[in-house]
Design a protein around this ligand. Structure first.
Ligand code: UN1
Length: 492
């Protein structure tokens, strides 16, 4: 079956007439369909449609746009089960997770719809008499959106709904590992009443992504993906004077102190490290254990991680699905090899699993390395797979220092019953997000989401902060004095 780009409200093939297959990572015999491998010409068509649609869309009263977005939330709710199965089939994570992914988009739709009544500007006294100073938010125009496959609906929704709410139009290049979910996104927006041209999808790989970044009509690029790609995009956007918002890698640490509720912490670490098969930018990939509980906790953790059920995400029993593709599978196995060579101790897992049905997919066992030193690559580099590196901390200060010894700064967590440790950690951990007695994953739609250091470039999606990405400020001076008043000069 062939799927198409969505441009100006129509389903169109690429002018390249090239296609890429979309394959189920749990069973590569299962080919979902072929999608257009689009080029710069397709991008130009989509941008033209988005540019043309902008004037009308941006002038619709924001709360009316909000009604359309709210309707999209309703349709996502209605199509949740069907869409969850589509997502799981193309990107692997278990159904209970894809349902959650869609719920995050529903929450974001309702949140964004509500914010259309609160796109506040501000006013302030003028320094001159009979003059009023106002500021309000303006949409930018065409937004270029480029996303990853691990949250095929939620993460795009963090960008798409607020961008639309603010009055922008969109060209979206979804991941080529999750293009079918994007097709459903378009169907839903179409049914909700988003006019043709306001929202466009161009499928493809880096060629289409690069063309989108370059296109002169695109005023802001919002990207979620690897730090390597994001950094290149930022460089181009810098040269082209475009606004750019980046959500990139993570190497998220959890600290478990000796006074923690260990049973609770085990649940948090298992979910943080092996949920979504470790393929989240917020995944727990570093575990810092306070020395007094190091051995006990590790024993408990290994026992529980060993019992996790691997399999197709379409099977309701499955706890850990496949990794996304051959390339990632190889990369993760390479890192496991690197960890062993570096001298870390492989305490659990480490292998690709190929018995029975698993032979047809990309399954890697939950893997735990202990005795990891902060200089090791497995401690420093984002692996994006089910691999957890464990280090021992002699004290609270040591734990914080280990957590902060990272080039990334997205999510973090501490398990403790101490008010002193908890509040010091909130202040001292260098990350965009810190959880107290909860895993590193679990962002909510109405809270700012993003990270510091190599994780981002200072922007925050989620919450009202996302409107800083998708709007520009207009400053207005209204002089009703009836005479020329020169600022800074006519001060008497
Ligand atoms: C991501 O991995 O790109 O809090 C986003 C979480 C999810 C979002 C993850 N709600 O982990």
């Amino acid at each position: 079956m062939r799927f198409f780009n969505y441009i100006a409200g129509q389903w169109l093939p690429s002018t390249s007439d090239r296609w890429f297959p979309n394959v189920n990572p749990a069973d590569t015999r299962d080919v979902i369909g072929e999608f257009p491998r689009s080029n710069a010409e397709d991008i130009a068509r989509a941008c033209a449609a988005a540019r043309q649609a902008f004037t009308r869309w941006s002038r619709i009263p924001a709360p009316r746009r909000g009604e359309i977005i709210r309707r999209a939330g309703d349709i996502f709710t209605r199509r949740k089960e069907e869409l969850a199965a589509i997502m799981t089939r193309e990107m692997g994570k278990p159904l209970f997770e894809t349902r959650g992914d869609i719920q995050e988009a529903i929450d974001t739709a309702y949140y964004s719809a509500t914010e259309t009544r609160r796109l506040f500007g501000y006013n302030t006294p003028s320094e001159l008499p009979n003059k009023m100073n106002l500021s309000f938010r303006m949409p930018l125009g065409v937004c270029g959106i480029i996303t990853a496959w691990n949250f095929p609906i939620a993460v795009p929704s963090w960008k798409i709904f607020p961008a639309l709410a603010a009055g922008n139009t969109i060209v979206w290049k979804p991941s080529d590992d999750a293009p079918h979910s994007a097709v459903i996104f378009a169907e839903i927006l179409q049914e909700a009443g988003v006019p043709p041209g306001v929202f466009n999808i161009v499928h493809g790989d880096a060629e289409a992504g690069a063309a989108l970044v370059e296109h002169p009509d695109v005023r802001v690029v919002a990207f979620t993906g690897s730090t390597a790609t994001g950094t290149q995009i930022a460089a181009r956007c810098g040269a082209l004077n475009k606004k750019v918002s980046l959500e990139m890698g993570g190497k998220n640490a959890v600290i478990i102190m000796e006074d923690a509720d260990l049973a609770l912490a085990i649940e948090g670490v298992l979910w943080g490290a092996f949920g979504t098969t470790g393929q989240r930018c917020t995944a727990t990939s570093r575990l810092i254990l306070h020395a007094p509980i190091h051995d006990t906790f590790l024993g408990m953790l290994i026992e529980r991680a060993r019992a996790l059920t691997l399999g197709s995400g379409l099977d309701e029993q499955t706890q850990v699905g496949p990794v996304i593709n051959e390339r990632q599978c190889k990369k993760i196995l390479d890192y496991i090899h690197i960890g062993q060579q570096e001298g870390a101790r492989l305490a659990l897992g480490g292998n690709r699993r190929t018995e029975g049905e698993l032979a047809h997919g990309y399954f890697i066992e939950p893997t735990i390395f202990t005795d990891v030193q902060p200089t090791m690559r497995i401690w420093r580099e984002e692996i994006f797979g089910p691999v957890l590196s464990v280090a021992k901390a002699e004290s609270f200060e040591h734990a914080i220092a280990l957590a902060n010894d990272s080039d990334y700064g997205l999510s973090s967590a501490i398990y403790t019953r101490s008010v002193e440790y908890a509040f010091a950690a909130m202040r001292d951990i260098e990350a965009g997000i810190t959880y107290i007695n909860a895993p590193t994953i679990g962002a909510e739609a109405h809270m700012a989401f993003g990270g510091i250091k190599n994780t981002g470039n200072g922007h925050r999606e989620g919450g009202w902060t996302v409107f800083d990405i998708f709007t520009e400020w207009k400053t207005v001076y209204v002089d009703f004095s009836g005479r020329l008043q020169r600022a800074q000069i006519d001060t008497e």
